[in-house]
Design a binder for this molecule. Sequence first.
Ligand code: C5P
Length: 234
Amino acid sequence: MTETRLECIAVALDTDDRDTYSDWCGLFGPRVGVLKVGPRVVLRWGRDAVREAAATGADVFLDMKFHDIPSTVAGAVGAAKELGVTYLTVHAGGGRRMLEAAAEEAGDEVRVLGITVLTHLDADDLRDLDLPGAAGDRVLSWAGSAKAAGCAGVVCSPLELATLRARLGPELLLVSPGIRFEAGPGAAVADDQRRVASPSAALRAGADLLVIGRPLTQAPDPETALAALAEACE
Ligand code: C5P
């Protein structure tokens, strides 16, 4: 039986074990639109691991969350472009010139996503960081900066999706982590996410791509969890 590829799902391959990484590539790669790799994978196993994810036929999302001076970020984007990734992240709070440098270097080949406010942060955390105001307001302002600088999209929590879609238009890609199943396999993962929603709620609110890690990778039965997602993605 040929399984449908769930194009709206990016699986976060966050592991420290090489065999587990390969198992997840084999399990999820043919079934979802995107595989997301971050520093844990890249710093251990490098470009080969990125190529292994790409070989499954899924698009690769390089989630290194760059935040540096514009020329350094542009250089990193250029290296990611050579590697053939489809998505990469930069911190939207890095400022207009950094975002513009990333978007310019990416051109049409890579989709630069601006990270807004990370989904583990709540209002208390933001106050501690001396970032006054509601998380949603900061997300809107940083997402607007990313759009103005030419980024293809932004990463935001599910709670900000509807506002961003309404305020920033239909073209901007909205990518949302912080996805949690309400019931079934993967519902009960222990985690550090605070601003969360179910897959179907996030898609209804305007998400283009859902980033899901532990609810899939740690699910006692990933097949059933994927089947539940198929319904949400329809
Ligand atoms: O396991 P879980 O579903 O929480 O994984 C979410 C993934 O999305 C992690 O790889 C995390 O680094 C990433 N992410 C996030 N919040 C952001 C940006 C990326 O949780 N704002």
